[in-house]
Design a binder for this molecule. Structure first.
Ligand code: 3PG
Length: 305
């Protein structure tokens, strides 16, 4: 079987070595398409692939149509909004993710960005500390739980809301559960987003919701660009010079956000999961899932059941 790793943003070399080892030990062939710049390169490479490992790479109906031999796509990571699930299902292609494998890396970046924000982006003026601040975690999945763990080390007072996670589960992790997202924004000094991009969440972080934040509020986004109502957030931040926005996903309106001097920061390229450890964990997990799929028909992590 031919296993194609197609990554616009490549894995660390050690992760690729691990993926190769796992794939070849199972008697399969590994093909690499790294740092591609044109969709045409992906369309060409998938033609004879039986399995595909990707990151945020877009696998749409056109890619699936070109991939005549394809049986399985594994998104080495958590969010799978970059894969057209309906088109994959129609073609009987199994889609999987590797939940939890890169979540610590993303959670650590949240704090990198938060320290940067409360210290006024290192402009030399006295900033503030995270100790004692109220942190709101929106969605208590793998990343949210790691954020809660690290926040306690900073001495933050931690709150969370997750529409799909019972309050008792949140409370059992030593985190205050709140009744809804409005309450989370009202209560907290900092809100960190960990929601997936779904029809329900897209543009849900909007003028009204963020407008509920207390004075000096900070919004941190290591989730997805699409969950933000960008015009609404820009309007609010123009009206409220006390608010800050830090993000790991460059907004479409980056230039407009950049006008909000000293209150906005975006990483140049999505960096949350870009650590050797996360690449190794997620990449090798993806390779192992493919081995198990071809060997035993295992579809434990299938997301298009
Ligand atoms: C994920 O959904 O796992 C993260 O957003 C990481 O995405 P990346 O693999 O493109 O860095």
């Amino acid at each position: 079987m031919k296993v194609l790793v197609a990554t616009e943003k490549p894995f660390a070399a050690a992760a690729v070595d691990g993926i190769r080892q796992e794939t070849e030990a199972a008697g399969n062939e590994l093909v690499l398409l790294e740092k591609y710049t044109e969709k045409a390169q992906l369309l060409e490479a998938v033609k004879d692939a039986d399995a595909l490992i990707i990151r945020s790479d877009k696998v749409d109906a056109e890619v699936l149509e070109a991939a005549k031999q394809l049986k399985i796509v594994v998104r080495a990571g958590a969010g799978f909004d970059n894969v057209d699930l309906a088109a994959a299902t129609a073609k009987k292609v199994v889609v999987e993710n590797t939940p939890g494998q890169n979540s610590n890396a993303v959670a650590e970046l949240v704090f990198g960005m938060l320290v940067y924000a409360v210290r006024n982006f290192y402009n030399g003026k006295a900033g503030t500390e995270l100790l004692g601040k109220k942190l709101g975690i929106l969605a208590f999945g793998n990343v949210g739980r790691n954020v809660a763990r690290i926040a306690k080390g900073f001495g933050m007072d931690v709150y969370a809301y997750d529409a799909y996670c019972p309050a008792e589960v949140i409370e059992s992790a030593g985190v205050h559960a709140v009744a809804n997202q409005e309450e989370l924004f009202e209560l907290c000094d900092v809100v960190s987003l960990h929601i997936p991009a779904t029809p329900e969440t897209k543009q849900s972080i909007n003028y009204d919701l963020v407008g509920k934040m207390r004075k000096g509020g900070i919004l941190a986004n290591t989730a997805r660009k699409d969950v933000i109502d960008e015009p609404g957030l820009i309007k609010l931040m123009q009206e409220r010079p006390d608010l800050k926005y830090v993000t790991d996903i460059k907004p479409d309106a980056d230039a407009e956000f950049a006008q909000l001097e000293g209150r906005y920061f975006s990483t140049p390229k999505k960096m949350g999961a870009q650590t050797q450890e996360a690449n190794i964990n997620a990449g090798i997990a993806a390779a192992k899932q493919i081995t198990a799929f071809f060997k035993d028909g295992c579809t434990k992590f299938q997301v298009n059941k």
